[in-house]
Design a protein around this ligand. Structure first.
Ligand SMILES: O=C(O)CCC(=O)C(=O)O
Ligand SMILES: [Fe+2]
Length: 290
């Protein structure tokens, strides 16, 4: 588990803001994973948005509420107590939580593998199930920000725009809005919160593995002035030595791969050297600047 929380708002000038985005987006693909057509809908969603919402996932609301209560309790602890859950380097935490969410992610990856006809069903999910897989779980807390009124109508950014580097991320939040995604045309839209569902993001590694067919979605989180937001995210990644490269079976005959081959470890190292909002994949593009 990795934990982030916003610092004190003593000096709002040091925080990033953005223009308000009134667009509550109603076009987020909603996938019922028991639907026989789900695999095709997931693939379309990964291509168009790199983002979708999963319903009918079988995780009970009672369990989700329990997790949320635990997260709320955690954020009420003192800094010193929080740090007992792991070293703050750069975030505190451990990697043991999240196996239920991982199973859901694996199920979705199996549907994708099936829908894309990419050989064995577990070709993707096996990467996350590997006991050495470099996956992790993060808990985010965005406290309320009543000082927002002082921002001249601008919104305070709780988590700056970025793409997730992993293969896939699974987000569950409380019922507070804030998450925004960037559409293909560059418009930022707000994702309506839904505490009973899971939201999936395509990450950079998946964009490379599908040779750009899937979109690693740019997203960010705005702070709310009335209600705090708590989110839990599972980031599904492969083992450090896994080569991240376009899957042969998704490529058309004669298609060239858009990215240079790299290992997950190399990508992570390179990502640590960049800033949150940088296009980290640009360093690995084969045809950049041509
Ligand atoms: O808090 C959220 O809903 C999303 C946070 C996020 O994008 C991340 O932790 O990578
Ligand atoms: Fe993210």
């Amino acid at each position: 588990m990795v934990v982030l929380s916003l610092p004190n708002h003593d000096n709002l000038g040091q925080f990033k803001t953005c223009k308000p985005t009134p667009n509550i987006f109603t076009g987020i693909p909603i996938i019922d994973i028991s639907d026989p057509n789900a695999k095709h809908l997931i693939i379309e969603a990964c291509k168009e948005f790199g983002f979708f919402k999963v319903v009918n996932h079988g995780v009970s609301m009672e369990f989700l509420s329990l997790l949320e209560d635990e997260a709320v309790k955690f954020f009420k602890l003192t800094q010193q107590e929080k740090e007992k859950s792991g070293p703050p380097n750069p975030f505190y935490g451990n990697k043991k939580i999240g196996s239920n969410v991982r199973e859901m992610a694996c199920e979705v990856l199996e549907m994708i593998a099936d829908g894309l006809n990419i050989g064995a069903k577990d070709v993707l999910s096996g990467l996350l199930r590997d006991e050495k897989s470099d996956s992790c779980f993060r808990l985010n807390h965005y406290p309320t920000c009543p000082e927002l009124q002082a921002l001249n109508g601008r919104n305070l950014i709780g988590f700056g725009e970025h793409t997730d580097p992993h293969i896939i991320s699974v987000v569950r939040s409380n019922n507070t809005s804030g998450l925004q995604i960037c559409l293909k045309d560059g418009t930022w839209v707000s994702v309506p919160p839904d505490h009973s569902s899971f939201f999936f993001n395509v990450g950079d590694a998946f964009q490379v593995m599908t040779n750009g067919r899937f979109r690693s979605v740019k997203h960010r989180v705005l702070a709310d002035n009335l209600k705090s937001r708590i989110s839990m995210i599972y980031f599904g990644g492969p083992t450090l030595s896994t080569k991240i490269t376009a899957l042969k079976s998704v490529m058309e005959e004669g298609e060239k791969s858009l990215y240079k081959e790299f290992t997950w470890c190399e990508y992570k190292k390179s990502a640590y050297k960049t800033r949150l909002g940088d296009n980290r994949l640009a360093l690995f593009e084969k045809f950049a600047g041509q």
